[in-house]
Structure formats: C-alpha cells, structure tokens
Write a protein that binds this ligand. Structure first.
Ligand code: PGA
Length: 243
C-alpha cells in the first residue's frame, strides 16, 4: 500500500511566529496513521526542522542544478542540509508564473532524489482543458514527461481551477484521474508504481477531506490555504488517518 501523506504548502506565507502553528500541528500528528509534511517558505525550513521530529519539513521548489551562479535560487542540497525531507516540484504556480516546463520539473525531481529529498511532483489541468474533455490526456502527458527514472517520488494531482477557489472536481472525476495516474505509474514502474503515493490538491478542507480520501487511489492531500493554521489543518490530518 502507498503511504498516506498529508502535506501543507504554505506558499509565500509565514513568519517566525507561524512556527507556533507548526508545533500545534506536530503535537496533533503524534499517533496518527499518516505522515504529515509542512512545506513552509524557505526562510523557515531550518527553524521548522529544528522544532520537532514528528512531522517532516519540505521545500516548495528547488533549482535543477546542484550549485552555481544562480542569484536568489535554492538547491535541493541546501534544503536537505536545512532538514527538509521533501520538496514540491512543478506546482502550477511555478509552471504558470515562472514558465516551468515538464523537462525542467523532471530535472528538479531528479536532483531532489539525488539530494535525499522525496519530490512531490504536481500536475493538473486548466478549466478550459477540463471543459474540453482533455483533463486525463493533459495530466497523463504532463506526468509522463515530469517523472524521473526512479520511482521514489510522490504525485499530486491539482486541477489548476480548483486551487484557492473553493471548487473541487466531482468525486467521480477525482477517482477517474487518480485511477489513470495509478495505471500510468504501474505500467512504467511495475510493482513499485503501486507504492507511489497519489495526493489530491485544490481546495481541500475539513468539510470535503473525508469523501476525497475515500477514493481508492487517493493516498492523501496537498493542502494550501487550509494548512496555514493548526485549527484548519488538524481535522484534515484526522480524516486521512481514519480513512
Ligand atoms: P489550496 O492550494 O488548498 O489553497 O487550494 C493547494 C495548492 O496549491 O497546493
């Protein structure tokens, strides 16, 4: 069975005081039947990793090179050195705002693995693609071109139109995409493909988490807005643990 994982993506939110939320989240994570990951802004990765060892810390992005003259960038090795265990790559905000391509995402995932980080590779369709009946095609195309050669990664299916909007696909549509992702991964990686955790992301909240986690090939969630406070995030962690 794939590991059950709930990951919080704080995006460009969080100052030192936010570590109080992280501590409350980590206390709640004790004895739960799932892995909890928080991806704070890079400025908090080291401090977050120092505060406790119950939950894991992740980065939100990394460069595709190990070292060099790339002003402002952060390498996978730096994240690992700061205590991160995971890194999100190919988030739709990176793909749309910074022009990240599938081949760049694949290189980032590959260097993350080489730096002992588990990449969380994001894919998802736009609303126009969903309306045109092309969601599965787009998601499979992008995942195929974004995954590294080794199966030690996590996939997050995040429909772009569901991120931060309060909208989610129907349970039927989530199931359909996740089943297609699982088939692709088992075709590509055989038995190892059955063990890759598939997360759903996009407007996950305590009110919809239980029905999303009931889908057979949904092994957890990548949560944005509802991961910023312990009050909103802890019920989602409980839903996954009980699923
Ligand atoms: P959201 O963001 O939960 O706020 O919709 C999800 C994400 O972007 O990972």
């Amino acid at each position: 069975m794939p590991a059950k994982i709930v990951a919080g993506n704080w995006k460009m939110n969080g100052l030192h005081g936010s570590l109080n939320e992280l501590i409350a989240i980590s206390i709640a994570a004790k004895n739960l039947n799932c892995t909890t990951v928080i991806c704070p802004p890079a400025t908090l990765v080291w401090a977050a990793a120092q505060t406790q060892d119950i939950i894991s810390v992740g980065g939100q992005d990394c460069h595709d090179k190990a070292i060099g003259a790339y002003t402002g960038e952060i390498s996978a090795g730096m994240l690992a050195d700061s205590g991160a265990k995971y890194v999100i790559v190919g988030h739709s905000e990176r793909r749309s705002e910074y022009g990240e391509t599938n081949s760049l995402v694949k290189r980032k995932a590959t260097i993350a693995q080489a730096s002992d980080l588990t990449p969380i590779i994001c894919v998802g369709e736009t609303l126009d693609e969903r309306k045109a009946g092309r969601a599965i095609e787009i998601v499979l195309r992008d995942l195929t071109a974004s995954v590294p050669g080794v199966s030690d990664f996590i996939v997050a299916y995040e429909p772009i139109w569901a991120i931060g909007t309060g909208l989610i696909p129907s349970i039927h549509d989530i199931t359909e995409i996740h089943d297609a992702l699982r088939n692709l991964l088992t075709d590509r990686f055989n038995l190892a493909g059955e063990k890759i955790s598939l997360l759903y992301g996009g407007s996950v909240k305590s009110s919809n988490a239980t029905e999303i986690f009931a889908c057979i090939n949904v092994n957890g969630a990548l949560v944005g807005g509802a991961s910023l406070t312990a009050r909103d995030f802890i019920p989602i962690m409980h839903s996954l643990s009980n699923s």
